[in-house]
Design a binder for this molecule. Structure first.
Ligand SMILES: [Zn+2]
Length: 312
């Protein structure tokens, strides 16, 4: 019955938009939402969405699973993106558009001409400028009310924990194994959930990790491979649109986590083969022998490891 009622409601919304009454419907919706907001807080404190926010986020608010309360949650949330490159580009743009209130972005690099075929947050006119500044400009152009915090530096063992502990969720948009392990370990010790992803050539993968609760990166890969064994994107190449697909999925996971929606991609590595257009979900349970989160961990404290100096 509930489903039928919802379907009827959706049909009603659809027909209003089709007959050109969408604007007036939304206005009516806004009024009732504002009334609900007022009754909810009874004048105790001035919070809630402004008229402009209700309009900007109307397609979110109209979703039963998001609503005004969910949008407020997003606006008060903080997400850190490590790497303003191929993965960080779509993630940053979508998180800003979605109204995630504070977005941190870390990268010590400057925009290079060879970045532009995939790092869509940067434009040709940005070549030579700091990637974090270029990313900040685009995110704020999409949504000026989003606070962007820039870190023009690499994450290292001696700074990463202080940076990530300010955030609710971390997106790993880096392109080297040493930093991926560093993010995994730092998030474990700070208990910050994060989305891991990797891309190369025509292939991508991602997994969401709730440290201490679900399979971590070390459960799967144990330790970084020796330097030079696995080629990087700059050595082996990457299809430009590939990080667009994977980075967008990372943003989806961040938003789902912040809103408490659906099933997260935990204990499951999602792989994507762009040539075959094939997604595969590989179930991976926690590894009892994991050196970090296993039964007898060898890594018992966060190490200031010289290996953890990323070279990107
Ligand atoms: Zn583990």
């Amino acid at each position: 019955m509930a489903i039928q009622r919802r379907q009827r409601e959706l049909l009603r919304i659809q027909s209003r938009f089709q007959t050109g009454n969408g604007k007036s419907f939304l206005r009516g919706y806004n009024e009732s939402y504002c009334k609900w907001q007022r009754s909810r807080f009874c004048g105790r404190r001035k919070v809630g969405l402004t008229e402009e926010q209700i309009e900007r986020y109307s397609r979110h608010i109209i979703l039963e699973q998001v609503g005004g309360v969910g949008q407020e949650k997003l606006l008060s949330s903080k997400v850190l993106i490590v790497g303003a490159g191929g993965l960080g580009s779509p993630a940053g743009l979508y998180l800003a558009a979605a109204g995630v209130g504070t977005i941190g972005i870390v990268d010590a690099d400057k925009v290079d001409l060879a970045n532009l075929h995939r790092q869509i947050i940067h434009h040709t006119s940005d070549v030579g400028t700091e990637k974090v500044k270029s990313a900040e400009t685009k995110m704020r152009a999409i949504n000026p009310e989003v606070k962007v915090k820039t870190y023009h530096q690499w994450v290292k063992a001696n700074n990463i924990r202080q940076i990530i502990r300010e955030y609710d969720f971390v997106i790993d948009g880096t392109d080297n194994f040493v930093t991926k392990f560093l993010i995994n370990d730092a998030c474990y010790f700070e208990r910050i959930p994060f989305s891991h992803a990797g891309i190369l050539k025509f292939y991508g993968q991602l997994i969401t990790i709730l440290p201490g609760e679900t399979t971590c990166y070390r459960c799967i890969f144990n330790a970084p491979p020796p330097a030079g064994v696995v080629p990087s994107c700059s050595q082996a190449g990457v299809l430009g649109v590939l990080p667009g697909v994977i980075g967008s999925l990372q943003a989806t996971e961040a938003i789902k986590y912040l809103l408490g929606l659906g099933r997260l991609l935990t204990d499951t590595l999602l792989t994507y083969d762009a040539l075959e257009m094939e997604f595969r979900a590989v179930r991976l349970d926690r590894n009892p022998n994991c050196p970090l989160c296993g039964k007898t961990p060898q890594i018992t404290e966060f190490r200031d490891n010289d290996e953890c100096q990323p070279k990107q």
